[in-house]
Design a protein around this ligand. Structure first.
Ligand code: CTP
Ligand code: MN
Ligand code: MN
Length: 511
């Protein structure tokens, strides 16, 4: 769909000298007809670029007609460009590639039309000012949206937050009810809406979009028309939903435990803490103890301070280590907050990665900040990774690498600009959840890709691999079922390439 319609180069006669008479050059790429938009580009630059392209064997049309296959524009204001394009009398617009100048310069450099990638496309804009086409279909998005989150670019800019918040309430409620199919359907619908560069204003805007089931559409329609959804409001005010949401917000309490407590008649934290028959494990005890701190968002500055803290510990253990930020903080850009901070750590010397992690933990335990230990909680899971047991045909929630789940005491003095939203109590420190994972170096790219998330992005990477490529992907490996072999990768780009996917930057994986 996104490939350039490039015909093989045809060379019948010797190439004319560059800069020959415009329009007389040999046409090398029959299937490609360019049109350069003069707006913003200006007349003289347009004529220069036209000559340049023709000298390289490209066909360049002077007027925008239905014969054009590639529209190139320097106008980065997508909305005004689309308004202008829709105002032209061309029926074939939906089939044309509408491209930024980067596609043109890449093609000139290569001397041939390069494949069209999503990064070249000028986003389709459904603007308020766009005039309706004669058939009244102006606001139908022309952009092809994939059913796979790993083929969409989703930044943290969400143009449809009202809708996605509502759909996620329903997803969560079906997760609590343990109906995974419905939960996933709402998650997928929400994820598609998050990827749109425009706001949905009526249901017709969603025509042609994948993953929007009848139930999701009904909820969306209600919200678009009346501002709220009866079903979502009912869920939000439902006692069971509220209680399960509260209980699962505690570190160490999953849906199963929350359900058990609810069925035992417990409705609040004080109910749980006062109930005689309830045994809290160590993780849950810490969860309650530090509830206020760890349920408060972690700022970028706090994440950076923790990075420095972990880095100090890593350097003290071995100078040979590799430490990288992963999880949400690797995906966010700008002023964003996370619920914890995730790091991946390994060593270039094979087999030493597990010792590295235990060394870091020891070091953090020894480190004392103003009389208190740095580690408020530590659960260490030793590695159960064994290449012989792979590939695993069933995806497991946890990977097999050595890892630890921590609660770290972070002093305000270490944080640039101070702690986030903790001025009130004057303690001068806060507790933060930190996760560390430590794969062997040759598994690094897979672990980094798996831990960068988002969960929906990961889910669809695996689904895409299985359904479209007959491959098995997890945090450890990529296995080709047709060739019956493991595919090696040292970077995330290698993995995308094996899968035949365009590379998606971490900040575009917020699906
Ligand atoms: N992950 C994983 N295996 C685990 C835990 C997490 O593969 N045992 C991956 C998940 O795919 C997730 C990422 O690691 O996307 C980070 O997990 P988490 O910290 O729970 O979520 P974030 O995406 O970092 O979001 P947040 O900012 O809320 O922490
Ligand atoms: Mn995280
Ligand atoms: Mn985490």
């Amino acid at each position: 769909m996104l490939r350039a319609r490039a015909a093989p180069a045809m060379r019948k006669k010797p190439r004319p000298q560059a800069g020959g008479v415009p329009g007389r050059e040999e046409v090398r790429f029959q299937g490609v007809r360019l049109y350069l938009v003069e707006r913003k580009m200006g007349r003289s630059r347009r004529s220069f670029l036209t000559q340049l392209a023709r000298s390289k064997g490209f066909m360049v049309e002077d007027v925008l007609s239905d014969a054009v296959t590639h529209v190139v524009s320097e106008d980065c204001q997508a909305s005004s460009l689309w308004t202008w394009l829709r105002g032209r009398d061309v029926k074939n617009l939906p089939a044309m590639h509408v491209l930024g100048i980067s596609w043109f310069t890449d093609s000139m450099k290569e001397g041939k039309p390069v494949a069209v990638e999503t990064r070249h496309l000028i986003e389709v804009c459904v603007s308020d000012t766009s005039p309706a086409l004669p058939d009244g279909t102006s606001s139908t998005p022309l952009l092809t949206v994939s059913q796979y989150a790993c083929k969409r670019r989703t930044t943290t800019v969400n143009n449809n937050k009202i809708l996605t918040d509502a759909l996620e309430v329903l997803a969560e409620s079906y997760e609590f009810k343990e109906i995974p199919g419905r939960c996933l359907a709402f998650r997928r619908a929400s994820s598609v809406l998050k990827s749109l560069p425009w706001a949905v204003r009526c249901l017709r805007d969603t025509e042609g979009l994948p993953c929007l089931g009848e139930h999701s559409k009904a909820v969306m329609e209600e919200i678009l028309q009346s501002g709220h959804s009866f079903e979502v409001e009912k869920t939000l005010s439902d006692e069971k939903y509220q209680t399960l949401k509260l209980f699962t917000s505690v570190f160490g309490v999953g849906p199963k435990t929350a359900e058990k407590w609810y069925r035992g008649g417990l409705r609040s934290f004080s109910d749980v803490l006062a109930a005689p028959g309830i045994h809290l494990n160590r993780m849950q005890q810490s969860g309650f103890l530090h509830y206020g701190d760890i349920s408060r968002a972690v700022s970028k500055a706090e994440a950076r301070a923790l990075g420095n803290l972990i880095d100090e510990a890593v350097r003290a253990v071995t100078p040979d280590a590799v430490l990288a930020l992963t999880g949400g903080f690797r995906r966010y850009r700008g002023k964003e907050f996370g619920h914890d901070v995730d790091f991946i750590v390994t060593t270039r010397e094979p087999g030493k990665e597990e010792k590295l992690l235990t060394g870091i933990i020891e070091r953090l335990k020894q480190q004392v900040s103003t009389l208190f230990g740095l580690l408020l909680y530590c659960e260490y899971n030793a590695s159960t990774f064994d290449m012989v047991k792979l590939p695993s045909h069933q995806f497991e929630a946890m990977d097999h690498f050595a890892k630890c789940f921590l609660i770290v005491r972070l002093e305000g003095g270490r944080v640039e600009g101070g702690l986030h939203g903790a001025e009130g109590d004057g303690r001068g420190w806060r507790a933060v959840r930190v996760d560390l994972v430590s794969p062997p170096m040759d598994r690094y790219a897979f672990a980094l890709l798996g831990w960068t998330g988002s969960r929906q992005f990961e889910r669809d990477l695996r689904r895409f691999a299985r359904a479209e490529r007959r491959m098995l992907l997890d945090n450890h490996t990529l296995y080709d079922k047709t060739k019956k072999e493991f595919l090696a990768a040292t970077t995330e780009k290698d993995i995308f390439a094996h899968l035949g996917l365009e590379y998606i930057e971490p900040w575009q994986r917020n699906a």
